[in-house]
Design a protein around this ligand. Structure first.
Ligand SMILES: Nc1ncnc2c1ncn2[C@@H]1O[C@H](COP(=O)(O)OP(=O)(O)OP(=O)(O)O)[C@@H](O)[C@H]1O
Ligand SMILES: O=P(O)(O)OC[C@H]1O[C@H](OP(=O)(O)OP(=O)(O)O)[C@H](O)[C@@H]1O
Length: 208
């Protein structure tokens, strides 16, 4: 029988996700934190775990390269992948927000410039309000943009709020809560439904 392939996002929530899988009794013997290996099998080879860049996880699942993905809601929304989202693992909790300089207010003007790693989410948020924006797509240190005049505001992830605070920025609008979710390829959900459902049930029990 073919193993179930799980694409796991590299990065912050990976360690706690592996710990959760271990709690369900799924062990990846040769896994260790410093390993550069990208593919692991559980003891009875029924599960293949692949480590993927977080933003690519929904694509792997959408295209059927993985049956299941474990990834932040931020990346699911931004990728616009056509997948089933079946479980909230409650890990990697943070939120999306519109933020800007503390001494400002959120302007409503003809066009605002928004710096973000997440153009689709930013666009969707301001579209809903009927506010036109120009997006400046950045890949990190997004908080710098309003400080140096590259953008009016940012749309970014806020967890503790420390990065905003230490850079003299504040939240103007909350957009959406984020956490790590389990997504499933639509065809796999039909053809491997017993295996997928079993894994979801195991994870649910481990989360209780
Ligand atoms: N403070 C946080 N900042 C960013 N992501 C967080 C935070 N807290 C939880 N997360 C979750 O962790 C995921 C990404 O973790 P991390 O930033 O380590 O990934 P990454 O692989 O470095 O991604 P990127 O290349 O986009 O920076 C996010 O997609 C989000 O769901
Ligand atoms: O509210 P906080 O707890 O401060 O966390 C939020 C910060 O963490 C993330 O950045 P990351 O560390 O991924 O750095 P980068 O975006 O610059 O790569 C995010 O983009 C914020 O900058």
């Amino acid at each position: 029988m073919q193993p179930i392939t799980i694409a796991l996002a590299k990065g912050r929530p990976a360690k706690s996700t592996i710990a959760l899988l271990e709690k369900t009794g799924i062990h990846f013997n040769d896994f260790h934190e410093k390993s550069r290996k990208l593919v692991f099998y559980n003891d009875d080879q029924t599960i293949k775990l692949i480590f993927v860049k977080a933003i690519d996880v929904p694509t792997y699942v959408d295209k059927g390269a993985a049956d299941i993905g474990i990834v932040g809601k931020d990346n699911i929304l931004e990728s616009q992948a056509d997948v089933y989202e079946l479980l909230d693992l409650g890990l990697g909790k943070c939120r999306f927000a519109v933020a800007g300089k503390e001494d400002q207010q959120l302007k409503q003007s003809q066009q605002l410039t928004i710096a973000t790693k997440y153009p689709i989410i930013a666009k969707r948020h301001f579209d809903k309000k009927g506010q036109s924006i120009e997006v400046v797509k950045l890949n990190g240190s997004v908080e710098l943009a309003p400080l140096i005049g590259l953008a009016d505001y940012i749309v970014d992830i806020v967890e503790t709020g420390n990065t905003l605070k230490e850079n003299g920025l504040t939240v103007f609008e909350e957009i959406e809560n984020i956490s790590t979710r389990l997504i499933v390829n639509k065809a796999s959900f039909a053809t491997k439904s017993a295996e997928v459902q079993q894994l979801i049930n195991q994870l649910k029990s481990a989360l209780e």
